[in-house]
Design a protein around this ligand. Structure first.
Ligand code: ATP
Length: 347
């Protein structure tokens, strides 16, 4: 049985439809990320699960029980806020124990749970400090421990790393994923950072305009995006408009297809393009821009019409990047790496 089931949930504010028929099932201990552009409804869905909002339609079930109409404090769902929301006048120990205290748990029990939680986040020496005496990353760990100590069935995290700098963010992501695995708690993250979603998630739900456009493991979504929007949102992609005629595309490098005749979009990841100097079979153009990034070189190739193609190639030490203006031909390395979707790139 799924630990958390979201069934056909819709929600609007006045005439604004924010969630449209969202459904999602999450197994115990697994981590799902809601990923999408600003305003697509991620936070609204998370708040509906927490009980801060009541959906207009649909149901939310935890361990098979419909919790849709329960108030937040009766849902057995933890919520970690973007800005930590720690109590400034309470010590770290008091912050972590606060939820147990208002639930009137025995003092000895609270003490034991707080010490366990402090150990779990490796912060035992900091237990008697106040939040302002901790770094942002440490405060975020305390905010997470404060939720975990209540042992909720589901943990919801709304952009928990937003306030952290890039390097700390990455190490916190890895640390938090390990912590979730140790505790085995079913979790839902909201983020608009695709790298973060790839690092943290068992599955990613890509949202757009209040709908879940695709749900899959990070690599399923990267390798098999079902729409140009998803292809562009996870990783980078060249979206090349093509026409499909009699089982192949009309592109300079034709790709075979079982799709009916009509407009199509060829999705090619930059690392799946190769570049040769001079003319040849493929996309002919000139180097518009080259950036050497240490391990790789990124090229932008102007092909006359449409958007430039982006290619990422491994850099060989001692070999200079091609200079802007060089005439080149780009090809897809392996036809298996080309993804062909029906319809135009940006309908
Ligand atoms: P972001 O990444 O910017 O946080 P999001 O995907 O989390 O975006 P939501 O916060 O769910 O998006 O908001 C979706 C839409 O609903 C937005 O257009 C927002 O303005 C609107 N909205 C959210 N809450 C309310 C509310 N309480 N009343 C009216 N409109 C709201």
């Amino acid at each position: 049985m799924s630990q958390l089931v979201i069934e056909n949930v819709s929600k609007g504010f006045g005439t604004l439809k924010v969630l449209r028929d969202c459904s999602l099932s999450i197994a115990k201990g697994s981590v799902v990320t809601l990923l999408g552009p600003s305003g697509c409804g991620k936070t609204t869905l998370l708040r509906s699960i927490a009980g801060f909002l009541i959906p207009d339609a649909g149901r939310i079930l935890v361990k098979g029980e419909d919790i849709s109409h329960l108030p937040p404090n009766r849902r057995d769902v933890g919520y970690v806020f973007q800005n930590y929301a720690l109590f400034p006048h309470l010590t770290i120990r008091e912050n972590i124990g606060y939820g147990l205290k208002i639930r009137r748990k025995p003092k000895a029990f609270i003490r034991q749970k707080v010490e366990e939680a402090l150990g779990l986040i490796a912060m035992t020496p900091f237990g008697d400090r106040y939040p302002k005496q901790l770094s942002g990353g440490q405060q975020q760990r305390v905010a997470i421990a404060r939720s975990l100590v209540l042992e909720p069935e589901v943990l919801l995290l709304d952009e928990p790393f937003n306030a952290l700098d890039a390097q700390l963010r990455l190490s916190m992501q890895i640390e938090l994923r390990k912590l979730i695995d140790r505790v085995g708690i079913t979790s839902i993250f909201v983020t608009h950072d695709q790298q973060e979603a790839m690092t943290l998630s068992d599955r990613i739900a890509i949202m757009r305009g209040g709908r879940i456009e695709q749900l899959g493991t990070p690599l399923e979504i990267y390798d098999h995006p079902q729409t140009p929007f998803v292809a562009d949102f996870i990783g980078r992609a060249n979206l090349i408009p093509v026409a499909i005629r009699s089982g192949r595309t009309d592109s300079p490098q034709p790709i075979h297809s079982a799709m009916p005749d009509g407009p199509g979009t060829l999705v090619v990841r930059p690392e799946n393009l190769s570049i040769a100097e001079g003319p040849g079979p493929g996309w002919e153009g000139s180097v518009g821009f080259a950036t050497a990034l240490g391990a790789t070189i990124e090229y932008e190739i102007d092909c006359g019409a449409g958007e430039p193609l982006r290619a990422v190639l491994p850099r060989r030490p001692g070999v200079a990047p091609l200079t802007p203006g060089s005439r080149v031909t780009a090809r897809i390395r392996d036809e298996a790496a080309a993804i062909l979707l029906s319809g135009s790139p940006r309908p």
